[in-house]
Design a protein around this ligand. Structure first.
Ligand SMILES: Cc1cc2nc3c(=O)[nH]c(=O)nc-3n(C[C@H](O)[C@H](O)[C@H](O)COP(=O)(O)O)c2cc1C
Length: 184
C-alpha cells in the first residue's frame, strides 16, 4: 500500500517554481508514495500567547500533517536560509510542547532555485531544525535543484530527462527510507 506523504512547500507565490516542482513529483512518486500538498499560507505567525486559544488554521494544519507517514519539504531559499513562511509552519506544527506533529516522521528535503546553488543554504538550515524535531531525514541523494525556472514545462512535467530520472530516483529512495524508518 502507498505511504501517505505530506508535502510542505516553502513559497506562497502563485506561480511558485517550488509548487510546480512539487506537483510534478506526484506522478513520479507513484505507486509507492501518495503525495498530498498541505497549505501553509493561512497560518498566523506563531506566538506562545496565541496557543491558549489556537486559531482554527493551526489546528487544521496540525490535523492534516499528523496522520501522514512522512513529510516532503520542497523549498526555495530566501537570503541563504529557510523562507519565513516555511519556518513558521514548522514552528506551528511543533507545538504545543510535547505534541509536535513532526516527531519521528521520516523526511526528505528538496531545495530549488532559478540560480546555480539550488537552495543549498535553505536545505541545510532546514535540516538543522529537523534534527531537533526528531525527523530522520534522507541523506542521499541530496537534492539542490538549480534552474528551477526552466524545470517544469507547460504540461506540468519535468522537461529534461536527466532531471526527471534524478527526481524519480530521489522519490524511490525516499520510499525505501520511509519503509526503513517509519513507525509501522
Ligand atoms: C526575499 C527573497 C530572498 C531570496 N534569496 C535567495 C537566495 O538566497 N538564494 C537563491 O538562490 N534565491 C533567492 N531568491 C530568489 C528565489 O530563488 C526565487 O524568487 C524563487 O523563484 C522563489 O521560489 P518560488 O518560485 O518557489 O516562489 C530570493 C527571493 C526572495 C523574494
Amino acid at each position: 500500500m502507498a505511504r501517505n506523504v505530506a508535502v510542505i512547500i516553502g513559497s506562497l507565490r502563485k506561480e511558485s517554481f517550488s509548487r510546480k516542482l512539487a506537483n510534478a513529483l506526484i506522478p513520479l512518486s507513484k505507486p509507492a508514495l501518495d503525495l498530498k500538498l498541505i497549505e501553509i499560507a493561512d497560518l498566523q505567525l506563531y506566538s506562545e500567547d496565541t496557543e491558549k486559544n489556537p486559531p482554527r488554521e493551526w489546528i487544521a494544519f496540525r490535523d492534516a500533517v499528523r496522520p501522514a507517514d512522512a513529510v516532503l519539504f520542497v523549498t526555495p531559499e530566501y537570503n541563504r536560509s529557510v523562507p519565513g513562511c516555511l519556518k513558521n509552519a514548522i514552528d506551528v506544527g511543533s507545538r504545543p510542547y510535547g505534541s509536535s506533529v513532526w516527531s519521528g516522521k521520516p523526511a526528505c528535503v528538496i531545495s530549488n532555485s532559478p540560480g546555480n546553488i539550488g537552495g543549498f543554504g535553505a536545505n541545510h538550515h532546514l535540516r538543522q531544525s529537523l534534527v531537533f524535531l526528531d525527523m530522520p531525514v534522507l541523506q542521499q541523494p541530496e537534492a539542490y535543484i538549480a534552474g528551477a525556472n526552466k524545470l517544469v514545462n507547460d504540461k506540468g512535467e519535468i522537461e529534461e530527462q536527466a532531471k526527471r530520472d534524478f527526481l524519480t530516483k530521489i522519490m524511490q529512495t525516499f520510499a525505501g527510507w520511509i519503509e526503513k524508518t517509519a513507525s509501522k
